[in-house]
Design a protein around this ligand. Sequence first.
Ligand SMILES: Nc1nc2c(ncn2[C@@H]2O[C@H](COP(=O)(O)OP(=O)(O)OP(=O)(O)O)[C@@H](O)[C@H]2O)c(=O)[nH]1
Ligand SMILES: [Mg+2]
Length: 429
Amino acid sequence: MRIRNLIDVIPPKERAILVAAPRKGSPDAAKIDEHLEELARLVDTAGAEVVGTLRQQVATSSAATLIGEGKVEELAKLVFETKATLVVFDEELSPAQGQGLEQGINTRVMDRAEIILDIFATRARTHEAKLQVELAQLRYMLPRLTRMWTHLSRVRGGIGMRGPGETQLETDRRMIRTKIAMLADKLADVERHRRTIRAGRSPMLTAALVGYTNAGKSSILRALAGDHDVFVEDRLFATLDTLIREVDLGENLKVRVSDTVGFIRKLPHHLVASFRATLEEAGESDLLLHVTDASHPEWEDQMATVDEVLDDLGLSDHPTLIVFNKLDALEDPTGFAESAHARWPDAIFTSAMRIDGLAPLKAALRGKAEAIRPVVRVLLNPADGKRLGALHRSGDVLGQALEDGMLAVTVRLEPWRAEQLRREGVTVL
Ligand SMILES: Nc1nc2c(ncn2[C@@H]2O[C@H](COP(=O)(O)OP(=O)(O)OP(=O)(O)O)[C@@H](O)[C@H]2O)c(=O)[nH]1
Ligand SMILES: [Mg+2]
């Protein structure tokens, strides 16, 4: 689609200036440097080079340009001096603010949400992730069409080229709305399909890795499953597509672990909306593994962000195991573990980079798997082939032997199934 390409990819070697303009006295204002650093990583991931930064604590934000008039001039000067081709705001800009700023500095302006959308657009691989990103992009674009058209005339380089007339804009808006409805339909289909697949899977403990981007979720899955095809990278949003692996925990215990997109501060709400189905799938799991990078200076804020997103998804009460990862990268891992343990008594401490660094996690998962499907002994009439077959299908049969004329089946079984057998008059020990 013609318009979509506009925000698809930032052309290589864009020269970006980063702007942080939090409200004076807000919590964000105390963390300007940290936030700019994260924005720099996002911009780098999107493929642009950072050539300057600008900070302002805004007392009253301007509806036209967010930052004050004097600051806009300063920004224009900085753009000129650094030959910047792009200005990226850490704050979300309203469509009017984006347009006002572009007019003021005569350079393309993006906000954090747009950069994240851009990264997602270049990284989505599966059909579903692509649909979700495209849907989020179109929803983001709809109120900003006039501005997008300005970029188009610039890209085409036509001097004096004007934006489209109102009729053209209306046509495009209609086209985008139709496309949004179509994508939403297609996504609903994909989700239905996924539910069918899920329903057909064999019963097993399921755990979903969630956490801030770059915390090491995929590294943990890779190490647990011994699967080197799991993609790991020291970049933000390395993973966009849900990946599921069965992990053998030993002692006849297994867990099905899923890994999906990471969270970030100010995750664009269009993205959360589009990825809702993917993220909510985490809620179908028995357990969330909330992974935190213990070596990151902002780990506490990152945990809080993850909690907010989980809350937003209605998952804040879901059984969750806190996993502090990258302990190997800490100077004093013991000290860290002790103080974190005081606040999160059940937390697990891991390193995906060390041999046996995941042993504590495996042990915890074994405990959960045990609890979910304890081993029981079922005494069957040897002629009861039907029940024996059902046991093999619904549980993990560990052994069977004839005892006093009865067939004693040792089996790992969900408690409700054991209960059902008892109700049918079968002895379950
Ligand atoms: N030192 C150290 N580095 C780690 C550890 N676990 C992961 N990393 C590194 O951290 C970076 C990010 O790891 P990923 O596994 O891709 O992180 P993720 O949470 O899946 O990130 P997203 O997919 O972007 O959300 C990579 O460079 C890993 O090598 C660890 O235990 N110790
Ligand atoms: Mg990942």
